[in-house]
Design a protein around this ligand. Structure first.
Ligand code: 6PG
Length: 259
């Protein structure tokens, strides 16, 4: 399990642009080593803003998008095209601008007449993940897995105190009663998240400072799920100065300030 690295950017705008540049470089580096590159996207304001910055970055022209596969760390269990779906927001921010083969965009199945529960969607998503996994694995080896983080330190749709935190042996889980609307979701499990080469937690804003401090201080995962987010080779925390400013007395954020 990789040690955490923390990079602090001045504000949310620089954070999103720097994360976009870092992601493009990571994809280019992976393409120089492997035929297929797998990236897991996240919802949330910082996650979507990062995708919009990728769309605006001319370096995206250097990527061979025909061999990039996109997945989601979680999804709101809503009908296809619902503006609140992470997929919808990602398509609007970036995906519709990219020459991606449609079959390389692996969206979590949406609510419809056939798929009526988060569990059904989670099972179908797990099947799709397994189809692209190496023999014996349940998910592809993700090159970069992006995670936004809530003020309660949730990542993906793994919320404090929720049973999904303890689900093992499977890649996906249906989530009910999400404290962040909408209540029904589908999420990767920690087993799937921890299979990624690199896990990047991206967070901005003073409202995230306590959650950042708790996670970096290795609070119990049931209290601060983000503490459980680790990559095989790298765990990178990309935060802005406001999120690095801890309210809890005495807690510190081991951060290298990057201008
Ligand atoms: O479906 C979702 O809502 C996201 O995947 C969720 O995990 C999000 O990344 C965090 O809640 C942070 O969201 P903000 O950046 O908007 O605070």
């Amino acid at each position: 399990m990789s040690a955490r690295q923390v990079v602090v950017h001045p504000d949310a705008s620089v954070l999103a642009r720097a994360t976009a540049a870092r992601l493009l470089t990571a994809i280019l580096d992976a393409q120089s080593l492997r035929d297929q590159v797998h990236v897991v996207l996240t919802g949330g304001t910082v996650g979507i803003r990062t995708l919009a910055e990728v769309a605006d970055d001319p370096v995206r022209e250097a990527v061979d998008w025909s061999c990039v596969h996109l997945w989601w760390g979680d999804e709101r269990f809503l009908a296809d095209g619902d503006p609140d779906r992470n997929e919808t927001q990602a398509r609007d921010a970036l995906l519709d601008e990219l020459p991606l083969p449609p079959q390389n965009v692996h969206a979590v199945p949406a609510l419809d007449d056939e798929v009526t529960t988060p569990e059904a969607a989670a099972a179908l998503y797990a099947d799709e993940l397994a189809r692209h996994a190496a023999p014996g694995a349940s998910v592809p080896t993700f090159d970069v897995l992006l995670l936004g983080m809530g003020p309660d330190a949730h990542v993906a749709s793994l919320f404090p105190g929720h049973p999904a935190l303890d689900v093992e042996g499977v890649a996906t889980v249906g989530v009910h009663g999400s404290p962040k609307p909408p209540p029904l979701r589908v999420s990767l499990t920690f087993d799937a998240i921890r299979a990624a080469r690199e896990v990047w937690v991206v967070a901005a804003g003073a409202e995230k400072a306590d959650a950042v401090a708790a996670a970096l201080a290795d609070a119990p995962v049931h209290e601060a799920p983000a503490a459980g987010a680790r990559g095989v080779q790298r765990t990178l925390w990309l935060i802005d100065a406001a999120a690095a400013r801890t309210a809890a007395a005495g807690s510190t954020v081991p951060a290298r300030d990057v201008r």
